[in-house]
Ligand binder design. Structure first.
Ligand code: ADP
Ligand code: MG
Ligand code: MG
Length: 201
C-alpha cells in the first residue's frame, strides 16, 4: 500500500541519516588517517540533503525513490564516495523489480555492486566500501537474515584494517595504508546495520 511504502522509505531515510550523523566525527577521523579527513562530513551532507527531500521521496514507488536518492547523493556528497554510493542506489532501483513484478534484492544488489566496481575500477581486497558490499551480497544470497547481514558487514569493515589500499586517496599511502579501517567500508557497514535494525522492527 501507499502508506506502507511511505513509512518504509521514510524510516530508511531517517535510520541512515541518524547513523551517519551520530558517526560523522568517527568516519572523518578514519579518513584523516588514510585520506583527507572529510568522509564523515561528506556523508552527513549527503544524508541531510536526502532527509531534506524526504517528503517528496516517500511518495515515490521504492525503486524510483532509490534512484532519486542516489542522484541526490551524487550531487551532494562530494568526494569519491558520492558517485559510488549514488551508483549503488540508482542501479539497485533500476533492477529491484523483475519483469514479472517480483522483488529480487540479491539480483539487484549483484548488478549494482558490479556497477560500483566498474565505476571505481575496484574489486575485492582493494580496501574500499566494496569490501563490505560483496559480503553483504553473499549474505543476502544465502538468506542469512538481517542480524547475519549486519554482523558480516561489521566484520567485513574491520577486515579492511589489514588491507593495502589500491584505489582512492588511501592508495597513495601504499603500505602505510595498512593498519587502518577504510572509512568508506565503515560507513557502508554502519548504513547496512542501521537498515537491518530498522527492518527488524
Ligand atoms: P574522497 O577520497 O574524495 O575525500 P571520501 O572521503 O568521501 O572521498 O570517500 C573515501 C572512500 O571512498 C574510501 O574510504 C573508499 O571506501 C571509497 N573509495 C574511494 N575511491 C574508490 C574507488 N576508486 N573505488 C571504490 N571505492 C572508493
Ligand atoms: Mg575523504
Ligand atoms: Mg575529499
Amino acid at each position: 500500500t501507499v502508506l506502507a511504502n511511505a513509512a518504509l522509505i521514510g524510516g530508511l531515510i531517517e535510520a541512515c541519516r541518524e547513523v551517519i550523523a551520530a558517526n560523522a566525527d568517527h568516519l572523518s577521523e578514519l579518513d584523516r588517517a588514510i585520506g583527507d579527513g572529510d568522509h564523515g562530513t561528506n556523508m552527513r551532507r549527503g544524508l541531510e540533503a536526502v532527509y531534506a527531500d524526504r517528503s517528496r521521496l516517500v511518495q515515490l514507488p521504492l525503486p524510483k525513490a532509490l534512484e532519486e536518492t542516489g542522484l541526490t547523493l551524487v550531487m551532494s556528497v562530494g568526494g569519491a564516495a558520492g558517485p559510488l554510493y549514488g551508483t549503488l542506489l540508482i542501479e539497485i532501483g533500476r533492477r529491484l523489480v523483475g519483469a514479472n513484478g517480483e522483488i529480487d534484492l540479491a539480483r539487484a544488489l549483484e548488478h549494482a555492486i558490479d556497477a560500483v566496481a566498474r565505476r571505481g575500477r575496484a574489486g575485492p581486497g582493494d580496501k574500499t566500501l566494496l569490501d563490505v558490499l560483496y559480503p553483504v551480497h553473499a549474505e543476502v544470497v544465502r538468506r542469512a537474515g538481517l542480524a547475519g547481514i549486519s554482523q558480516q558487514a561489521e566484520r567485513a569493515a574491520s577486515l579492511t584494517f589489514g588491507m593495502r589500499a589500491m584505489r582512492g586517496r588511501a592508495a597513495f599511502l601504499g603500505d602505510r595504508s595498512v593498519g587502518h579501517v577504510d572509512p568508506g567500508a565503515k560507513s557502508c557497514a554502519l548504513l547496512t546495520a542501521a537498515i537491518c535494525r530498522f527492518l527488524e522492527e
